[in-house]
Write a protein that binds this ligand. Structure first.
Ligand code: GDP
Length: 635
C-alpha cells in the first residue's frame, strides 16, 4: 500500500502523514513509498492513537453552556467559518445559541480540540490527598419489595444496637444512623427504597457502599425485588441479600435462592458469589450475622477517606423547622465537619451553628461516614446535594451566587436523553455502540418472549443492554433508572400513568409503548441500525484540470481550471490527483466564473476552484464526487 493511499484512508494530508510517521519512527521517503499490508495496519492504529492523544492533550477549558460565538473564539476560528462548517455537516445553529457540553465538545473535536469544563473554585477545594486516607465506616441502604421487612430490619438493628437510655427514649429522625459493633461501625440510610437511592444518584450522589436486598422468605423474589437489584447493579454497588421472615412457618430460603439465581444473583452456598443471610426482624435471628457480613464486605472494599481535608458531606434529608430554620441531615464523606465551619450546600450557604447526632445529642465534630443534622444553612436543600466546607464567608457567598447563576443558565438548556429516532439520525462521528433498554410488559410470558426476540437481533457492533425488565405499568422508578443509565423505556401492552408520563417529559426520557410485538422489534432494529456507522457511496460528478494557480486576497489559493468532464459543483467532495496519485481529499470550497461565485460549472468551461489545499499545482486533476451515506443493515 502506498503512503498517499494510506493518507487518504486516514483522512490526512500525505505530507502530514509522513511527518507523523517520522515521529513514530516509521521513516518513509515520500508519498509514493509503499508499505506491506501488515505494516499499514500497524501504522493505521498508531496514527489513530497519535491523533487521539494529540486531541486529548490539546485541552481548552471553557464554561458550559457556551455560545457558538464564544466557542469560535476559543477554537481560534471565525464564527462564520464555524457556522458554515456546521452547515456542511447538516447542523444549523445561530451565533448566540447556547450549546451543551456534548454538542460543543463534539464540534471542538473536529477541530482537534479537547473541550473541558473549567475547574471551578469548588473543584480546586475538593481535591483529595491520597497519602492522608484512613479507614471509614460503610454506608448501607436497604432495598426490596414492599412489606418484605426493610423498615422492620432497620428498626430491629436500631433498637438492639443503640441503647435507648442514652437518648432518654427519644429517637431522632435524621435520615441515617450509625451502629457500633465490636468489629466496626456501620452507617445505615434510614430511608429504604430504591427510588430514594436512584433519586440521590441522579443528583450525582452515590453514597451507598453496600445494598442489602431484603426478600421475605415466605413470599420470595417479587417485581420490586428485581427492580431493586437492577438499580443496585446499575449503580455498581455490591449487594448482600437478607432473607427475612425466616421465623414464619412457610419460610423457604431455598426457594428464594433459586429465584435469586434466576435474577442473576447466585448464593455462595449455591456456588455463586452473592452473600446471603437468613434473618428475622421479629425474633432478631441472624441479624448479628448479617451485620458481621456487612463489616466483612466493607473491610474487603477498603473504604477510605481523607480526614484532614476540609469536610464534604451529602444531604440525606432536609426540612424547615419553625423555630430553628433550615435543618439538613448530612453524611460526612471526607474531612471532619465542625461547628463554626463556613459551608456551601447546593444553592445555599451558611455557617454551622449547631450539630446533632442520630440520638439527638449535641456534637461538635463529625468524621467521615458519620450522620449529623446541621443548623445554619440559609435555605432547604435537596437530598443528594453536596455540602462543602470553604475557608470563609466570602468564598461561601461567592460559590453559592455563582451556582445560582449557572443553575439559571442550565435551566435554559434542558438535558437531552437518548431517543430511539435520534439513534436513527445520529451521524457517524458520534460513537454510540450500546442501546440501553428498560423493558416493561403486561405479563411474564410476553416479557420473556419480547426479551428473547430482542436478544435474537443479530449485531456484532452494537450491543443491546436490557437495564431492567419488569411486569406492569411503567412507573416513576423506571424513569429515574432510565435517567441515570440513559436508557430508553419500551413498554409492551402496558399503561403509563399521566403523572409518570409528565415525569418522563420533564426529565426528557423517551417512553414508547406498543401493542404489536413486531412493531416493537422493528423499531428497536431500526434504532440499532442507526447505531451502525453508515457506509459512504461515491459517484463521479466531474473532472477539472488545473491550468494556473493564483493567490486571491480574501480566498487564498485558487486554481484556474478547465472542466474536462461532467460538471463541477460547489460543496461536492473532491480529490486532487497528481501523477496518478491522490494527494489530497477535501471539498470544492469556492467555485468562481470570472469574478462571480457560482454553484455549478459545466464541461468545457473555465473556472476558479479552491479545495482548501495550498500546495495545488498546474497540471493537477480535481475529481469531484457525490457522496451518499447508506445506513447499514444488521442482517
Ligand atoms: P417494608 O415495607 O419492607 O419496610 O416492610 P415492613 O418492615 O413494614 O414489614 C411489613 C410487615 O412484615 C410488617 O407487618 C412487619 O411486622 C412484618 N415483618 C417484618 N419482618 C418480619 C419478620 O422477620 N418476621 C415476621 N413474622 N414478620 C415480619
Amino acid at each position: 500500500m502506498r503512503i498517499h493511499e494510506l493518507a487518504k484512508e486516514l483522512k490526512v494530508d500525505s505530507k502530514e502523514l509522513i511527518k507523523k510517521l517520522k515521529k513514530l519512527n516509521f521513516p518513509v521517503k515520500n508519498h509514493m513509498s509503499s508499505v506491506d499490508e501488515e505494516t499499514a495496519e500497524i501504522i493505521k492504529h498508531e496514527i489513530q492513537d497519535l491523533n487521539k492523544k494529540e486531541i486529548e492533550s490539546n485541552v481548552v477549558e471553557v464554561n458550559f453552556p457556551i455560545t457558538i460565538k464564544d466557542l469560535a473564539v476559543r477554537l481560534e476560528k471565525k464564527s462564520s467559518e464555524l457556522l458554515s462548517d456546521l452547515v456542511r455537516q447538516g447542523k444549523f445553529f445561530n451565533i448566540n445559541q447556547n450549546l451543551d457540553e456534548k454538542t460543543a465538545s463534539d464540534i471542538a473535536y473536529n477541530y482537534k480540540v479537547n473541550l473541558r469544563q473549567k475547574p471551578t473554585m469548588e473543584e480546586e477545594i475538593l481535591k483529595r490527598d491520597p497519602s492522608k486516607l484512613k479507614k471509614r465506616a460503610p454506608i448501607v441502604t436497604l432495598m426490596g419489595h414492599i412489606d418484605h421487612g426493610k423498615t422492620s430490619v432497620l428498626d430491629y438493628i436500631r433498637k438492639s444496637k443503640i441503647v435507648e437510655k442514652e437518648t432518654g427514649g427519644i429517637t431522632q429522625h435524621t435520615g441515617a444512623y450509625q451502629v457500633s459493633l465490636d468489629k466496626g461501625v456501620i452507617t445505615f440510610l434510614d430511608t429504604p427504597g430504591h427510588e430514594t437511592f436512584t433519586a440521590m444518584r441522579s443528583r450525582g450522589a452515590n453514597i451507598t457502599d453496600i445494598v442489602i436486598i431484603v426478600v421475605a422468605a415466605d413470599e420470595g423474589v417479587k417485581p420490586q425485588t428485581i427492580e431493586a437489584i437492577d438499580h443496585a447493579k446499575a449503580a455498581k454497588v455490591p449487594m448482600i441479600v437478607a432473607i427475612n421472615k425466616i421465623d414464619r412457618p412457610n419460610a423457604n430460603a431455598d426457594m428464594v435462592k433459586q429465584q435469586l439465581s434466576k435474577a442473576g444473583l447466585v448464593a455462595e452456598d449455591w456456588g455463586g458469589d452473592t452473600t446471603t443471610a437468613n434473618v428475622s426482624a421479629k425474633t432478631g435471628q441472624g441479624i448479628d450475622e448479617l451485620l458481621e457480613l456487612v463489616i466483612l464486605h466493607s473491610d474487603l472494599m477498603e473504604l477510605k477517606a481523607d480526614y484532614e481535608r476540609p469536610a464534604i458531606g451529602v444531604v440525606v434529608e432536609s426540612r424547615l423547622s419553625k423555630g430553628r430554620g433550615a435543618l439538613a441531615s448530612i453524611i460526612v464523606r471526607e474531612g471532619v465537619l465542625k461547628v463554626g465551619d463556613w459551608c456551601v450546600c447546593g444553592l445555599h450557604w451558611g455557617r454551622i451553628k449547631a450539630m446533632h447526632d442520630d440520638r439527638g445529642g449535641n456534637c461538635l465534630q463529625a468524621p467521615p461516614s458519620f450522620p449529623v443534622e446541621i443548623l445554619g444553612l440559609n435555605g432547604v436543600t435537596n437530598p443528594g446535594e453536596q455540602l462543602m466546607v470553604v475557608p470563609d464567608e466570602k468564598t461561601a457567598r461567592e460559590i453559592a451566587e455563582k451556582r445560582r447563576q449557572e443553575d439559571k443558565k442550565r435551566k435554559l438548556v434542558p438535558r437531552v436523553h437518548l431517543k430511539l429516532e435520534d439513534l436513527n439520525k445520529k451521524d457517524s462521528e458520534v460513537e454510540i455502540k450500546q442501546l440501553k433498554v428498560i423493558l416493561k410488559a403486561d405479563v411474564g410470558g410476553t416479557l420473556e418472549a419480547v426479551e428473547g426476540a430482542l436478544q435474537k437481533i443479530p449485531s456484532k457492533e452494537v450491543e443491546l443492554i436490557i437495564t431492567h425488565k419488569g411486569i406492569g405499568a411503567v412507573n416513576s422508578s423506571d424513569i429515574l433508572l432510565a435517567e441515570v443509565t440513559d436508557s430508553v423505556i419500551v413498554g409492551f401492552k402496558v399503561t403509563i400513568d399521566s403523572h409518570v408520563r409528565d415525569l418522563a417529559k420533564q426529565k426528557g426520557i423517551e417512553v414508547r409503548s406498543y401493542q404489536i410485538v413486531y412493531e416493537l422489534i422493528d423499531d428497536v432494529i431500526a434504532a440499532l441500525e442507526g447505531l451502525l456507522t453508515p457506509q459512504v457511496k461515491r459517484t463521479f460528478a466531474g473532472r477539472a484540470r488545473v491550468k494556473a494557480v493564483f493567490k486571491l486576497t480574501k480566498v487564498g489559493i485558487v486554481a484556474g481550471c478547465i472542466v474536462e468532464k461532467g460538471k463541477i459543483n460547489r460543496g461536492l467532495a473532491a480529490s486532487l490527483t497528481r501523477d496518478k496519485d491522490v494527494i489530497f481529499s477535501g471539498k470544492i470550497q469556492t467555485l468562481k466564473r470570472f469574478k462571480d461565485d457560482v454553484k455549478e460549472v459545466s464541461e468545457g468551461l473555465e473556472c476558479g476552484i479552491s479545495v482548501g489545499y495550498d500546495g495545488i499545482k498546474e497540471g493537477d486533476i480535481i475529481d469531484t464526487y457525490h457522496e451518499e451515506t447508506i445506513a447499514r443493515k444488521l442482517k
